[in-house]
Design a binder for this molecule. Structure first.
Ligand code: BV8
Length: 234
């Protein structure tokens, strides 16, 4: 793929880019956690109904982050951002910190971050690497037991959609990596780019929106992504 230097690139990533780091994807676990459908745990209603269950779901996943590392695909995207003579924006659906640890800076976590907590009283968002407990206090307003994961649940508004929409309209290349195209509005991004924009899907299997992309490559992210970055930078 030949792209003029200075072209801008937007890359959407999903759970598949973190799979080879050992973090389970949603579909692989057929969307189940402790016999609950993820869609039933990752919702504001679930948090009201059973806050301890929802906190435990995120506390366990937050703890998991301490045992995993970014993989070659995360590192390749950070290299692309450093070496490409144009804008590179990574928009991730993932709530892990693997892109951050790989060195991606121009990065949007559109579904929030496991390593952040948000206060239900004052709205303060802070870094949070341990369990969120009933006795946890907000560092800003000091309220006890009013912290939630800074995560976008189903039915909630994803973050920074305006900034993402602008980048999609302006980009010359849109790539989606490791996402099944089930979850909106992320799955609709490929249809938001300007006519004539190159679109590429890198994924283990076909996704729900593969037919919309001008090019699809199937395989593991740790193989496809470094090879694709090498091709672009050549
Ligand atoms: C919104 C944080 C309005 C949580 C997530 C009914 C009621 C309410 C809402 C809806 C409804 N019907 C539809 C909706 C909209 C809903 C939605 O899309 N639901 C789906 C289930 C139908 N969306 C929302 O609610 C969103 N908000 O709509 O608000 C709105 C609309 C427009 C504009 C403004 C406002 C909010 C969605 C965010 C939910 N939160 N994450 C948490 O993590 O706990 S979503 C969560 O699931 C992930 O973040 C991720 O986005 C999604 C999982 O998707 P993927 O990342 O694609 O992962 P998946 O496992 O599915 O696929 C992995 C892929 O990788 C596979 O294809 C596989 O082949 C591939 N793969 C595997 N291994 C590898 C690999 N590829 C390469 N290499 C490998 N090694």
């Amino acid at each position: 793929m030949k792209l003029a230097p200075g072209s801008s690139i937007v890359i959407l990533t999903g759970a598949g880019i973190s799979a080879e780091s050992g973090l389970r994807t949603f579909r692989a676990a057929d969307g189940l956690w402790e016999d609950h459908r993820v869609e039933d745990v990752a919702t504001p209603e679930a948090f009201v109904r059973d806050p301890q269950l929802v906190q435990r779901f995120y506390n366990e996943r937050r703890q998991q982050l301490k045992n995993v590392q970014p993989n070659a695909a995360h590192h390749a995207l950070a290299r692309l951002e450093r070496e490409w003579p144009g804008d590179v924006l990574v928009v991730t659906q993932n709530v892990d910190d693997l892109h951050d640890r790989a060195g991606s800076r121009n990065l949007i976590h559109m579904h929030g971050e496991l390593l952040k907590a948000r206060c239900l009283v004052c709205g303060h968002v802070c870094s949070w690497s341990d369990d969120i407990l009933a006795e946890s206090a907000c560092p800003s307003c000091a309220r006890i037991g009013r912290l939630r994961p800074h995560i976008v649940w189903f039915g909630e508004m994803p973050l920074e959609l305006d900034r993402i929409g602008d980048a999609l309209e302006r980009c010359h290349l849109f790539a989606a990596i490791g996402t099944s195209g089930n979850v909106y509005p992320a799955a609709g991004f490929v249809s938001m780019v300007a006519p004539g924009t190159h679109t590429l899907e890198l994924n283990l299997d076909a996704s729900m929106v593969s037919s919309v992309f001008t090019k699809c490559r199937q395989g593991r992210a740790t193989e496809l992504v470094p090879a694709w970055v090498e091709e672009l930078l050549k």
